[in-house]
Write a protein that binds this ligand. Sequence first.
Ligand code: SF4
Ligand code: SF4
Ligand code: FES
Length: 262
Amino acid sequence: MSVKAKKRKGPTTTKVKEERKVPEVKLIPVYIMGKRYEVPEGLTLMKAMEYAGYRFIRGCGCRGGTCGACGTVYRKPGDYKLQVALACQKTVEPDMYVTQIPFFPANRAQYEFAELTSAPEEVFKLYPELFRCVACNACTKACPQGIQVMDAISALKQGNIAEASRISFECIQCGLCTSRCFGELAQYHMFQLARRIYGARILPRAEHLAEMVKAINEGKYDDILNELKRVKKDELEKLYREREEEPVTAGEDWKPRDTTYL
Ligand code: SF4
Ligand code: SF4
Ligand code: FES
């Protein structure tokens, strides 16, 4: 039996091509490590480098501005100023000269953290070069996170670990400050030490957390946890969906209806 193939009605090839018109991309010139490339406008420096043929094995991590792996320096035409950026965040500008500094050698002190106290001298002993700081502020200008790096270093010199920790809280360890430092300090390693000491030795303990850990260790939640482990997946999902949630606008004194496990 012969079956006549029914001619499919649909858009012609030309029509499809017209519908799928790719938007025009403007190419702009950039210099990556001194070599000229033309890359699409709007790309990040990292994507522009990839577009130009570079492949990242180091110097690229989160692509979201948080890991600090992609520290970059660049200069724009006619501008004396050397600028800094994270390659995954900064977008290309015409004629910029770019190079990435994914790693900058920096002194990192060795220590047994359990043996450290909260005394400022701990930082002085591990990083005596702290006092080589000449207060030039180049580090602050180099920080892509907008951290007042020199102020944090000054706080450390004054023995104020808590303040150094607070100022440097958003440091992503990119090393750009270190690359510009006259005193040859590794600011970000010092800040990490400060934050560790602050978190472990200075910040007051959360009493409610200690109480909860004690209750868990004493078995207060064993029965309910074992019961949940026995429940089938569907039932568990239902319980989860129907659980009582704390309202977004709840005040400090909010409590669930069932207070058995508080
Ligand atoms: S303080 Fe230094 S290492 Fe930290 S984010 Fe700023 S430039 Fe990078
Ligand atoms: S760049 Fe170095 S010397 Fe200059 S203020 Fe910062 S830490 Fe001090
Ligand atoms: S890749 Fe992580 S900050 Fe850029």
